[in-house]
Design a protein around this ligand. Structure first.
Ligand code: ADP
Length: 502
């Protein structure tokens, strides 16, 4: 087994990976930037290494600094989490060259999965259905116009090196095409250093259904069934669940087989996700491979009983998958809500600041993967995900009710979060009946402004006051018990404004 793992990430996923390491009895080393000196992942880890200024390029995205920290820590493996360097082939290569085990696929697989156009070509050759569109980068505007005409509007412009919705533009009519191409190119160049863009047909209200895959280095590849991730804002997921209400046993088996075929086509090892779009006629199309642990992996963990992060580590250490396809099944239903520090009333703009009060939900079937505590200053420099709330139930209805209750109990004061919005999503009749597609938020919440009734705020303030009297609202204490509790905001902070988070 591995001797020490450096966790090259921050926030909730760093905490998640550190917990997996502790369970396996492997010491975990954290890294942190200037903005994260007091972060929860630093307190949770066995040791922590400073890697520079808050700007990601100078810390969490610096291959050199991460490798130096791993050497200093005497680690023998590096877990990249998601985001940052997790899908960077050059990073995986640098880890291997420096003698570290990289907890993820090979650099070759990362290179293939990271090139959306290359992946489209590989999957088409392997007989996997792909979304109609181009198989090479767009060149002359004239050719792109002709291709868009052939596909029929609307079309979507995508960056070949894309991710996180960047460099993506939906184009409804020919007159918008040239401008959208230029804008997508600019954005792609800024974000990925590569302005190659291409066109796909923009499918009408598809569902986003993805399959978790796992493969070891001994030739075994399995899928851990699907996750439905159709509730999205700005083409990015916010609520996920498993199983998908849209799949029957036959479609699930066909999509699962396709996901494993995708994994084999790119010689996949470790954990990954094969994303598909599913149209209203039940046809599915390959979207992309996410070659890392996925934000929404907990819903799969809750329905299959497999610990994906621990299994990633076992595979990276050269072990075999501890299960076969026929050992896996889905039990019950799980739903995840991503808790972002964003203000839904302003089109989901990030909201940084100090968390003045935090009360996390508990109860049967409730799991919370968090990276925050009361008194913590949420930095402006990173992805605004604070935590993930996941509920499990014997049925979808039970998981949904547990989620509704858990969101009602969840209080974060001081910054704006998406919690009030999520409460409405979960309660919405279309969600309750499983009638979701990627147009869900636009269709049902386009004009949602989220005025929270006074009563909710009063309840939150009362809860905060009671908690303070009872001695709560303290910072997390480090694993070794040495972390100093943060001063209570109720005593030390002057006038402040509450977030409208209820
Ligand atoms: P990124 O990697 O930037 O997140 P993806 O290619 O994974 O981008 O797509 C993200 C989301 O955008 C999908 O889940 C879906 O909602 C939407 N989308 C992408 N491509 C299409 C398409 N061809 N038709 C309809 N929706 C699409």
């Amino acid at each position: 087994m591995l001797k020490k793992i450096l966790v090259a990430n921050r926030g909730e996923i760093a905490c998640r990976v550190i917990r997996a390491c502790r369970e396996l009895g492997i010491p975990a080393a954290a890294v942190y930037s200037e903005a994260d000196r007091a972060a929860l992942h630093v307190a949770l880890a066995d040791e922590a290494y400073f890697i520079g200024p808050p700007a990601p390029l100078e810390s969490y995205l610096s291959i050199e600094k991460i490798i130096a920290a791993a050497k200093q820590a005497g680690a023998d493996a590096i877990h990249p989490g998601y985001g940052f360097l997790s899908e960077n082939a050059a990073f995986a290569e640098a880890c291997l060259d420096a003698g570290f085990v990289f907890v993820g696929p090979t650099p070759q697989t990362l290179r293939l999965a990271g090139d959306k156009l290359g992946a489209r070509r590989t999957m088409a050759a392997a007989g996997i259905p792909i979304i109609p569109g181009m198989s090479a980068g767009a060149a002359e505007a004239r050719d792109v116009l002709a291709e868009a005409d052939r596909l029929g509007y609307p079309v979507i412009v995508k960056a070949a090196g894309g991710g996180g919705g960047k460099g993506m533009r939906v184009v409804a009519a020919p007159r918008e095409l040239e401008e959208s191409l230029a804008a997508a190119r600019r954005e792609a160049r800024g974000a990925f250093g590569d302005d190659t863009v291409y066109l796909e047909k923009y499918l009408a209200r598809p569902r986003h259904v993805e399959f978790q895959i796992m493969a070891d280095g001994h030739g075994q590849t399995v899928h851990l069934f699907e996750r439905e991730c159709s509730v999205q804002r700005r083409h990015q997921k916010i609520v996920e669940e498993s199983p998908s209400p849209a799949l029957d046993a036959d479609l699930r088996a066909r999509m699962g087989a396709a996901a494993c075929a995708v994994a084999r086509a790119c010689s996949y090892t470790n954990a990954g996700t094969v994303e598909f779009l599913l149209d209203e006629e039940g046809r599915f199309y390959f979207l992309e491979v996410n070659a890392r642990v996925q934000v929404e992996h907990p819903v799969t963990e809750l329905v299959t009983g497999v610990d994906i992060v621990k299994t990633q580590i076992v595979i990276a250490a050269g072990g075999r998958l501890p299960f076969r396809q026929e050992d896996l099944s889905q039990r019950g239903h799980a739903i995840e809500c991503r808790i972002y520090a964003e203000d839904p009333a302003t089109g989901f703009l990030p909201s940084a600041g100090r968390i003045l009060y935090l009360k996390e939900p508990r109860g049967p079937g409730v799991r919370l993967d968090g990276g925050i505590y009361s008194g913590w200053e949420v930095p402006v420099h990173y992805d605004p995900i604070l935590a993930k709330l996941i509920t499990w139930g014997a049925t979808r209805e039970e998981a949904g009710r547990r989620m509704e209750e858990a969101l009602r109990e969840y209080v974060i004061l001081g910054i704006r979060t998406v919690i009030p919005f999520l409460r409405e999503v979960i309660r919405h009749p279309a969600f309750a009946s499983g009638d979701t597609n990627t147009g869900f938020v636009g269709d049902h919440f386009a004009s949602w402004r989220g005025e929270v009734p006074e009563a909710v705020m009063e309840k939150a303030l009362a809860a905060a006051a009671v908690d303070e009297v009872l001695g709560g609202g303290r910072a997390a204490v480090s694993a070794s018990g040495e972390g100093a509790p943060a001063p209570s905001p109720w005593r030390t902070i002057g006038p402040w404004e509450t977030g409208r988070t209820g």
